[in-house]
Design a protein around this ligand. Structure first.
Ligand code: ADP
Ligand code: MG
Length: 250
């Protein structure tokens, strides 16, 4: 596994992925046989109604949940033979997560929230602050490095969370409804940042949303319903996020 992402490289491979919650009379099939390949360098938008299995699918891609059948591979390596510890290592090295509610530490400054992730990824103490600040700068937060989460807007908090998810340069970035708590315009700015990360850094980015307005930011649109992928298409529209990439539009 190389550390540098290569555009177009297959990052996630799923064949007949299945997840059942519970057992017996209360068993519920949340994923009912999903076939899917995710490549580096593009943003895949995963849409579907509440309860359709979007979070479950994201967790399977991020090695947080195991598929009960079929095949799951990351970077060409099957996960089948890996124990929980090996899965956790793989996740730590190669996968970044972004959540709806930011999950920042309220008592830590923006740069410290990012530095914690760098610590987990094994970056030596002496390099953490500089690297955290570089990541925040990239997300347009150069003047917010020393702020506490309570002093940031929703969109800024989410950008800190994205900077944190980028600690250690993961090849796969998974975002679960990252714009759901944001107003329309701020949500679009965050979506555009994620879109740019896929295109400029070559990350494979998968964004879950139940908001069809986010469609324009997907290079690829996946629709999930009742645990099944019912649509998978690539809108031909040119670079959807372009207008938002370098900050708020006028
Ligand atoms: P989505 O993210 O699309 O809203 P989820 O993947 O969270 O959907 O859930 C899919 C289905 O699985 C839902 O019906 C949900 O209630 C059920 N489910 C999710 N997690 C669990 C769990 N830990 N135990 C039992 N059922 C669950
Ligand atoms: Mg969900």
């Amino acid at each position: 596994m190389s550390d540098a992402p290569v555009s177009g490289r297959r990052v996630v491979h799923l064949r007949d992925a299945r997840v059942t919650y519970g057992r017996g009379a209360t068993a519920f099939e949340a994923l009912r046989g999903v076939d899917l390949g995710i490549d580096a360098g593009e943003l895949s938008l995963l849409l579907g109604p509440s309860g359709s299995g979007k979070t479950t699918l994201l967790q399977v891609m991020g090695c947080l949940l195991r598929s009960s059948g079929g095949e799951v591979a990351l970077f060409g390596h099957s996960l089948a033979g890996l124990d929980a510890e090996a899965l956790a290592r793989l996740r730590l090295r190669h996968v970044g997560f972004v959540f709806q509610h930011y999950n920042l530490f309220p008592t830590l400054r923006a740069w410290e929230n990012v530095a914690i992730a760098l610590d987990l990824k094994g970056v030596p103490r002496a390099r953490r602050r500089g690297e955290a600040e570089r990541l925040l700068d990239r997300l347009g937060l150069a003047d917010r490095r020393d702020h506490f989460p309570a002093e940031l807007s929703g969109g800024q908090k989410q950008r800190v969370a994205i900077a944190r998810a980028l600690a250690g340069a993961p090849e796969l970035l998974l975002a679960d409804e990252p714009t759901a708590a944001l107003d329309g315009r701020t949500g679009q700015e965050v979506a555009a940042v994620l879109h740019e990360l896929a295109h400029r850094e070559g990350c494979a980015v998968v964004v879950v949303s139940h908001d069809p307005r986010m469609e324009r930011f997907g290079d690829r649109i996946l629709h999930l319903e009742d645990g099944r992928l019912i649509d998978d298409r690539r809108p031909s529209a040119p670079d959807a996020g372009a207008g938002f990439v370098h900050g708020p539009s006028p």
